[in-house]
Design a protein around this ligand. Structure first.
Ligand SMILES: [Zn+2]
Ligand SMILES: [Zn+2]
Length: 240
């Protein structure tokens, strides 16, 4: 098995509202699946208060030898500047989380986050796919710059198909700039099993620029931790 698949850099526990397994169950499942690097990642919003409890719970885990456990909080991009829906005072600085996992759950526009539906209505009224692509990429770059050495891109470009835009619509030069910014800011680029993205072309761009590419399941239940299908195919295709 290729080296990347021994990592699972984005897994949710019961600290996230929509996940079902405890941190202990996740660590046991990761170990059983041969995972060596695990990032326990939880959904947050700006008013989330339990981050210190989450960090304490991870610190108290009994971790089997050969497994490294890191922490992360997953926060959505809010606008084109890369502002994030995250309690920044709780997550950055000493004692904070190891990474902010930057998520395109909505379209980050100049006016704030738009749902896929609102975006598609705007597109029906004349908003171009190029503009949407530009917003998503610029917002992502802005977030990376805000968090040097602390950012990871969750399921990059997952929002595009939700608004009917193919990832292939990202121009080469813009994709290259995204990749170079990831490398220069020390941002990890996730290849995500749940959303089967980004595509091999973006993986190649990230690698060519020198950014680190990592695998994630985005598991919400322990049984899914460290189990890859789409990610393995995407990474293999990126090698060709
Ligand atoms: Zn997500
Ligand atoms: Zn997630």
């Amino acid at each position: 098995m290729r080296a990347e698949l021994h990592g699972d850099w984005h897994v949710h526990s019961t600290f996230s509202d929509d996940a079902r397994s405890t941190l202990d169950e996740i660590v046991a499942a990761a170990h059983a699946a041969g995972v060596r690097e695990l990032r326990c990642t939880e959904h947050v919003r700006h008013d989330t208060t339990w981050v210190p409890d989450f960090l304490a719970a991870v610190a108290a885990l009994s971790v089997p030898p050969g497994l490294v456990v890191r922490t992360g909080v997953e926060a959505k991009l809010l606008d084109v500047t890369g502002a994030l829906d995250v309690p920044l005072d709780l997550v950055v600085g000493p004692g904070g989380v190891d990474a902010v996992v930057v998520a395109d759950h909505q379209v980050p526009t100049p006016e704030g986050p738009w749902s896929p539906r609102r975006t598609q209505e705007a597109m029906a009224a004349g908003l171009t796919a190029d503009a949407v692509v530009g917003w998503v990429v610029e917002a992502t770059i802005g977030a990376m710059r805000r968090l040097p050495g602390r950012a990871q891109l969750a399921h990059p470009f997952s929002i595009l198909p939700k608004v009917g835009v193919d990832e292939a619509a990202i121009p080469d030069a813009l994709l290259r700039r995204w990749a170079v910014e990831a490398a220069e800011t020390g941002t990890l680029v996730e290849v995500n099993e749940k959303w089967a993205c980004p595509r091999p072309r973006a993986v190649r761009a990230a690698r060519d620029a020198g950014a680190r590419v990592v695998a994630s399941t985005d598991a919400h239940v322990a049984a899914d931790v460290g189990r890859y299908d789409a990610v393995a195919r995407i990474l293999d295709e990126a090698d060709r």
